[in-house]
Design a binder for this molecule. Structure first.
Ligand code: HEM
Length: 270
């Protein structure tokens, strides 16, 4: 009953998007939002497309999962969006999902061959040159971007590309790497773990944004990538990991931070 009254109040009070012909759920169902964040994002994308309006408590939100518009917002028109609405900096650092992605395990063999071919100890310089290692990291951050959503606060009224939408000052814009990275028009077979797609990438540069973009890009990006390269190289070089029989990876999806629920693996010396 309380929920119904709440819903009627929200529908009556917050009408900006509906009045301006912007589709969307128009209010955010807090219980769904908390328990199934990523599922809700994918569901909304399927229902409303890449751009839709919502309200979160008393704030106007516009979800923009269109790479070309993201580029405008984070780079070209940065002066309209210098701030983030909110930022939770609890990165997982090393993508713990990495070794356990479903799909063809051939990639582990190719990665080991690339690492074995290095004739010195692992260094910042030589790991940086390892194309396949970098592709494996990129692909794992595509499928499981630790930060599922990135925000910007609009500080002046803004015309959003040629969508006809005017974003009023005070609106929060949200991009959802989790959704964009799984958009089948941007990445073929989006649910498959295929590092090869990053060897000669053809995607729009703003279709892959695990670290955000523009002047507010993650300041820890280089550090995080170097850390991942070194850790993964050392582990893959010495050990072989396989998911325990019958075990399927599952992630906590009730937060903008994506982390695996548990990992059961078999480890062998190489
Ligand atoms: C895989 C690891 C990481 C991922 C995926 C990640 C992702 C992100 C993302 C998406 C943002 C927001 C960017 C935007 O709004 O455009 C961000 C911001 C930030 N990250 Fe990271 N991050 C990672 C590791 C780190 C590490 C290791 C550090 C620190 C050593 C760090 C420090 C920061 C800081 C300080 C900001 C705010 C930058 C600003 O406001 O200008 N991050 N990160």
């Amino acid at each position: 009953m309380f929920e119904l009254i709440n819903l009627c109040y929200l529908r009556h009070r917050y009408t900006y998007w509906a009045r301006h012909g912007v589709k969307g759920p128009n209010y955010v169902d807090i219980s769904e939002f908390i328990s199934k964040f990523t599922d809700t994002c994918i569901g909304n994308y399927r229902r409303y497309g890449r751009i839709y309006g919502a309200y979160f408590f008393t704030n106007n939100w516009l979800i923009v999962n269109e790479p070309e518009l993201i580029k405008d917002i984070v780079v070209k028109d940065f002066q309209h969006f210098p701030n983030r609405y909110d930022m939770n900096l609890g990165q997982t650092g090393l993508s713990s999902a990495l070794f356990f992605m479903r799909g063809d395990d051939n990639w582990k063999r190719i990665l080991r061959e690339e690492l074995n071919a290095l004739d010195t100890d692992f260094t910042y310089e030589n790991l940086n040159q390892c194309q396949y290692l970098n592709a494996v990291i990129d692909e794992s951050l595509r499928l499981a971007p630790p930060l599922a959503s990135i925000q910007r606060e609009c500080i002046r009224d803004y015309k959003l590309g040629n969508t006809g939408i005017t974003v009023p000052a005070g609106t929060n814009i949200e991009f959802q790497p989790y959704v964009i990275h799984r958009d089948p028009e941007l990445f073929a077979d989006p649910d498959q773990f295929k590092p090869e797609r990053f060897l000669k990438p053809t995607h729009h540069p703003y279709a892959y944004i695990p670290f955000g973009g523009g002047p507010r890009l993650c300041v820890g990006m280089r550090f995080a990538l170097n850390e991942m390269r070194m850790c993964i190289a050392k582990i893959v070089h010495k050990f072989e990991f396989t998911l325990a029989p019958g075990f399927e990876m599952d992630y906590f999806t009730g937060s903008i931070l994506i982390t695996p629920k548990q990992v059961l693996v078999t480890i062998k010396n190489c």
